[in-house]
Ligand binder design. Structure first.
Ligand code: SF4
Ligand code: MG
Length: 305
């Protein structure tokens, strides 16, 4: 009889079967994040989720913003692009609309996305572009040595604000919920299996999938250690009456980031995505990238003279 108290995560036997495909995502470039950084686990979870969903590296577009997570752009195999600060969602949305046959994944940090790039986030959620967005929320600007971001906890001394942050933090999932999204999830960089599960669910969503990963940053964010998170994270799947299609329930669940931090698919709804709503793309089976061709416009130019 097996008395082991730990349950084998269901993806492990599957991953063993797919070990060659799993390795296909591994880049020869060594990762350069600090020891203990949450980005290691996030990248591994994404590789696992893509492999388990039978998505090959050449079928992906992975766009990275500027920030610590952005140093992952050459640490994973696939079609990758490292963009400008705060602008990752617009680059990824362009790729997703031009070729929806590819799996488009955008990565951004709380620094770039909740300040400079917040407008892109707002309209990507409203538009329901067909893509996955991963918010690496380490609650500070890690790459520039630990300044406060819009997500930093009130009172925390940071570089640039040594007397403590004077503003209340922005709660990313709560903000996104106000925009009437089609998919909102939250997970934690210390839990590889939960991250893999959530990313798999997000990869299967046909609209804009917003996934916030509460990320530990042992170098600059001393307020939230892995142990601090483990004491607080709660999986909504284990709550008997949680209904992820109930907007009000999700709105209430996302607000607490201090005592009980709700994880899981917090909200989802099925609706036509941006491309499915466009009248001129109705019943079109080709991607825009397949419709590019040579066209003789000399007569048109002549007419315009
Ligand atoms: Fe990771 Fe923080 Fe180091 Fe950046 S500063 S690599 S987020 S631990
Ligand atoms: Mg950050």
């Amino acid at each position: 009889m097996n008395n082991c108290p730990f349950k084998m995560p269901e993806e492990l036997p599957l991953l063993a079967e797919k070990s060659t495909e799993y390795m296909a995502y591994e880049s020869p470039q060594p990762a350069t994040w600090c020891s203990g950084c949450g980005n290691y686990g996030i990248q591994k979870a994404l590789e696992r989720a893509l492999t388990l969903e039978n998505i090959k590296p050449h079928e992906t577009v992975m766009v990275f913003d500027i920030g610590c997570h952005g140093n992952g752009s050459d640490k994973i195999n696939g079609n990758t692009l490292h963009g400008l600060h705060g602008r990752v969602i617009s680059l990824a949305a362009g790729a997703a609309l031009a070729n929806p046959k590819l799996k488009v994944i955008a990565h951004g940090g709380d620094g770039g996305i909740l300040s400079e790039g917040v407008g892109h986030l707002v309209h990507a959620v409203r538009s329901d572009y067909p893509m996955l967005f991963i918010l690496h929320n380490n609650e500070n600007y890690g790459l520039t040595t630990g300044q406060a971001s819009a997500a930093t906890r009130k009172g925390l001394p940071m570089n640039g604000s040594p007397d403590g942050v004077i503003l209340d933090p922005m709660v990313a999932c709560q903000f996104v919920m106000t925009l009437h999204p089609s998919f909102v999830a939250r997970t934690f960089s210390g839990d590889l299996h939960h991250m893999t599960k959530i990313l798999r669910a997000a990869l299967n969503h046909k609209g804009f999938a917003f996934v916030e990963i509460m990320q530990v940053c042992p170098t600059y964010n001393k307020a939230t250690s892995p142990a601090w998170f483990w004491d607080r994270v709660r999986d909504v799947e284990k709550l008997p009456s949680y209904n992820p299609t109930d907007w009000w329930q999700a709105m209430k669940a996302v607000e607490d980031l201090d005592k009980e931090i709700m994880m899981g698919v917090l909200y989802k709804k099925d609706q036509p995505n941006f491309l499915e709503r466009l009248p001129n793309r109705k019943d079109v089976k080709t991607a825009l990238t397949e419709e590019v061709g040579h066209h003789d416009i000399s007569a048109l130019l002549e007419e315009m003279k």
